[in-house]
Design a protein around this ligand. Structure first.
Ligand code: 2M8
Length: 440
């Protein structure tokens, strides 16, 4: 199972590697995803990181989440990047000079982006608390609960562009799966020329192989969408009228629903009413089924709101609604069929890791970022879903495969979906953190 490039193969060695990776990436009050590629704080990274920190340094798990939510905007949005002011200009592109959050009323004093990422934070906090259910954790939950509620309220009130109960993402970066084939159709409609990028210096391609990253044309479009949103002051009013990218993503919305399930449990712990959270969770699952379930394909697909059509590329995003405990058996069973198919290859004994894209598709790219390679956060979510829907043997197979990846290659950002070779950053925080959780 192990790719065999000489990483530690026993649980103790793997744990030590993961803790060393997290320690090396700790920065005052948060963990950077990677010192080279992503030297600031990222939103959903911090949630995954907190899940792992809870295993070894629970105080840091709470500091991680607390520092992120200190940058929450007045409207409730949790920015996808919180910039470290101590870093030099150009440490990451696009930096504060592109986002200009300081110009926006309601943005925090620290510079941030204006986008969001999948809201996995309430779930992370609940798991961190369960791991270390002490008074410090309870006090942190009490402090964070209103912030999580505001985060959900922002998404429900400002981002329900179609009025169907689902959240709309306004940029591929909001999905967390930047250049997934899921965004090819909606992105094709975004006007931009690759030549635009000659005016900028990308930072990512200085630290990672350009052939493993999004293309210059992707980046030109990413920037065009940021500029459109920023120039409206990051206001979500009138998005439907002209914003170039409007998509309902299955993973984002599954996380949105899972957050309400987690908040119901947190509410009970902190003496608030779980009832409204349960009711909202049920409505989100119902909306996902109504709007994003592709019955013919047996999976969930993003909906492009500009065309009102479901995207056709079969990516791993479609499997992630399994994390919803109230997903009906029929649709959950169909997702398990999809997961076990040759497209994704989930099995009790997996001969290859879970890819991020249908490995039978002609445009499957085993090296390019979210267009094929295997990522631990996605495997972790799918494994959770398999456990929630009564498939412990498949979950165990996936877990073994994920541990094998790190044993073979180290805490890489992503892995070759055939050989398991490590790709991207070699010391990536959420890989280390989720490995700790898998080993617990
Ligand atoms: C990647 O995204 C950033 C932009 O947000 C980038 O490519 O520069 C994605 O993998 C995203 O999911 C992740 O949160 C971020 C930091 O690890 O990197």
């Amino acid at each position: 199972d192990v790719a065999g490039t000489g990483g530690p193969t026993d649980a103790t060695g793997l744990r030590r590697l993961a803790v060393d990776t997290l320690d090396a990436n700790w920065e005052h009050d948060h963990t950077v995803p990677s010192r080279t590629l992503y030297p600031h704080q990222w939103s959903w990274d911090s949630a995954f990181i907190a899940i792992g920190l809870a295993q070894v340094r629970p105080d840091r798990a709470w500091r991680e989440l607390t520092s992120l939510f200190r940058a929450q905007w007045a409207d409730g949005r949790v920015p996808h990047i919180v910039f470290n002011p101590a870093l030099r200009v150009g440490a990451y592109f696009p930096g504060p000079e592109m986002w200009r959050s300081a110009d926006v009323p309601g943005a925090p004093t620290v510079a941030t982006s204006g986008l969001v990422q999948p809201p996995v934070h309430a779930l992370a906090a609940l798991l961190a608390y369960r791991r270390a259910p002490d008074p410090t954790g309870l006090a942190a939950l009490r402090r964070l609960y209103p912030a999580f509620v505001a985060q959900q309220r922002y998404l429900a009130d400002r981002r329900d562009v179609a009025g169907d109960g689902l959240v709309c993402i306004v940029h591929p970066w909001e999905s967390g799966l930047d250049n997934s084939p899921a965004w090819d159709e909606p992105m094709a409609a975004v006007p931009a020329e690759a030549a635009v990028m000659s005016a900028y210096r990308r930072h990512d391609t200085a630290h990672a192989d350009a052939a493993h990253r999004p293309t210059d044309l992707d980046y030109a479009r990413y920037l065009a969408i940021v500029a459109a949103y920023r120039d409206q002051g990051y206001s979500d009013r009138d998005l439907a009228a002209g914003h170039p990218f409007l998509v309902e993503c299955p993973l984002f919305n599954a996380a949105f629903g899972a957050a309400e399930h987690a908040l119901a449990e947190i509410a009970a712990l902190v003496g608030a009413d779980p009832g409204p959270h349960r009711a909202r969770a049920a409505r989100i699952t119902e909306a996902l089924l109504r709007r994003l379930h592709d019955r013919g394909a047996g999976t969930f697909q993003p909906r492009d709101l500009r065309t009102d059509r479901l995207v056709s590329a079969r990516t791993v995003l479609g499997l992630t609604p399994l994390i919803l405990p109230d997903l009906p058996t029929r649709q959950a069973d169909a997702l398990v069929v999809e997961a076990r198919s040759a497209r994704f290859g989930v099995a009790r004994r997996m001969d290859r890791p879970l890819p991020t894209y249908d490995r039978t598709a002609p445009d499957f790219e085993p090296l390019r970022y979210w267009r094929g390679p295997s990522w631990l956060n996605i495997g972790w979510l799918v494994r959770r879903g398999l456990l929630a829907h009564g498939h412990p043997e498949l979950a165990a197979g996936l877990r073994r495969s994920m541990i094998g990846l790190v044993a073979g290659a180290g805490c890489h950002e992503y892995f070759h979906p055939d050989t398991g070779v490590g790709l991207g950053s070699p010391a990536f925080s959420w890989t280390a953190a989720l490995l700790l959780d898998l080993l617990a």
